[in-house]
Design a binder for this molecule. Sequence first.
Ligand SMILES: [Zn+2]
Length: 451
Amino acid sequence: MCAFESNTLPQARAYYWKKVKMNSLNKINGSALKQDIERTADFGAVDCAEGRGRTVLPGTISNGQARSYLIERMTATGLETRIDAVGNISGRWSPPSADDDASPVVAGSHLDSVPEGGIFDGPLGVYAALESVRAIKDSDLTVTQPIEVVCFTGEEGTRFADGVLGSSVAAGNLSIQEALSLSDGNQTLEQALEHIGCKGHGRLDASNWKAWFELHVEQGKRLERKDVPVGIVSSITGTTRCHITFEGESNHAGTTPMTDRQDALTAASEFIVALESTAQNIATNESESAVATVGSLSVAPGATNVVPGSVELSVDIRDVDATVIERLIDTIEQTCNRIEQERNVNTEIERGYDVVPQPMTEQLSQRLRTAAQQCDIEPISLHSGAGHDTMKIAEVTDVGMLFARSRGGYSHSPRERTDWDDCTVATQVLATAIAETAGADLKQCAVDKGR
Ligand SMILES: [Zn+2]
């Protein structure tokens, strides 16, 4: 573990709620939240010069340690814990005032990470949910619905699946058997979960939940630029990926004249630049969340003295508007047709991955907004360019999502940072929304802000 000062950046201002109670919900215990996130950061910790990182792939020993610690903390909070067949963990609080059969209000996130990922991506959402339950329990509030804290298996897509594995099972998109038989080439998910003692029974069924909330780090710079600690997510972008092949003809780089070439790489290059230009145009004039990326390319035969005969590349397109994604796909087809004519090459497009854009539930977004205002924050509304478990849960029940400000926009890196004060205030917002959704009547305290 490298030495790392965790909260050295200046704060824009102290939130008023830190000094005065704004409503009848207790203050979030920021030190307990920090302690849980820092303890979780010890599992799979990686040494690095840039900051504090962790490598916690699903079903590994470090993942097992992070899970055990969570269960320990849930039990200490008095939650009834359960692990389902694919390793999703839930901790339930159903006080005497709640109807035990009523649909629970659920919040959480994930504990797995990418290789050398950050310490906030996932754990913040899990421990913010747990800390919310602690604050609600200790407040003089009456809730009518049970509240659950959930940690999903394999959100990041680094092992066994492309991502959102546990939440896909909870949403009914993937069967338990299909999930358990997924393999990383050496071990199936079932074997890995058994190995770390995290294979339970049954299925966490999100369609029974009254609502789902997730707090996550923003992983971008929008909140920092606006100097706001909390943002309310309006929607999660859809993603479409295509695999495109350009077939030309390999030939001698010295003896093939420039007028007589079928260069697959120059054709692919023209395509990439045209796609960037179209996406920039759309992002500037129509939908600012639209993005298109060519992130991988392979050239054959890949020799310095041979005109490239074949190129394979992948395109990743995202937007909150499905029609914009379709328009970008149309452009890709038209561009490929034009390049075929002009450069005497063949192209083939294979559309392999489609996740539709997922809007959040307006009523819950509004509740989060009001909760933020009660914490003396005017939150901004923003979309999520990354996928999250919430997009799966949105298919079966109402969802609300909020972001905490990231420092420098770094994520999936040890440089990922969110100030502890921002973690605490975002958790206060989350707790307020959870309490209200669970039927608590949060009375506003009369506060004279004097400013
Ligand atoms: Zn995450």
